[in-house]
Design a protein around this ligand. Sequence first.
Ligand SMILES: [Zn+2]
Length: 238
Amino acid sequence: MTHIHPIPILNDNYAYVIENTGQAAVIDPGEAPPVLTFLKERGLTLTHILCTHHHGDHIGGVTELKAITHASVIGPAAEQERIPGMDKLVRENDTFTILGQEFKVLETPGHTRGHICFYAPSLKAAFTGDTLFSLGCGRLFEGTAEEMWESLQKITALPDDTLIYCGHEYTESNARFCMSVEPDNQVLAARMTEIKDLRAAGKPTLPVTLSSEKACNVFLHANKSARFAELRALKDSF
Ligand SMILES: [Zn+2]
C-alpha cells in the first residue's frame, strides 16, 4: 500500500512524503527537520527527493536530507544550476519509477522558468508545486501569463479524479478571491464551507480532486489567456 502524507512545513508550505513498505520519497522539502521527524516516527528510509522548482521554501531542506539519508535527488533539468545536489535531471514527458510507482514529468513554466509537476497515474496523484493551487495558481515570477495558461492546460488534461497535491495551504484566501469573481457559483460556496471546516479542525485542505478544481477555480474558467492574465493581475492586488 502506498500512502501520501502532507507534512506542514515553514509558514504555509507542504512537503509530501510518499510511503511504501518502509521506504519513502519526499516532494519539495523546504526544510529538513519536520521531514526527518516524520520519517523517524514511522521508521521510514528516504530513497528519493523530488523538486518541482528552485525556490527556497521548496528546496531548503534538500542538502541536509541528502547528507543524512543519501537519498537521490530528482528535479528539473531547466533549473540545474539553481537546485543543489541533483542526481537525476528530468524533462517534459520523462518517466521514472520510484517506490514501485511510475511518475511522469510535466514541464509547467510560468511561476519559474523550469517549474515541473510530477504525475503518478497509479496513485491518481499530481504534485503541482506552485503551478496549480487549490482555487488558485502561482504568481508569475519568471514567466508570462500565456506560459502559465498553457501549463495549467496540461494539468487540466489529466483525468478528472486526479488528486492535486500543491505546495501551499493558500486555499482559504484563494477561495475568497474566487467567490469575489463568481459569487453565484454554488459548488464553490460548498467547497468554501468544507475548507472552513477543515481549517477549523487543523486539517489540510489538500489533496483536492481535479474535478473540484475545474468546477471552482476561476483561473481554470478563463477561456483564453488574456482573461487569465486579467485574473492573475486582479489576484495580485486582492
Ligand atoms: Zn515557488
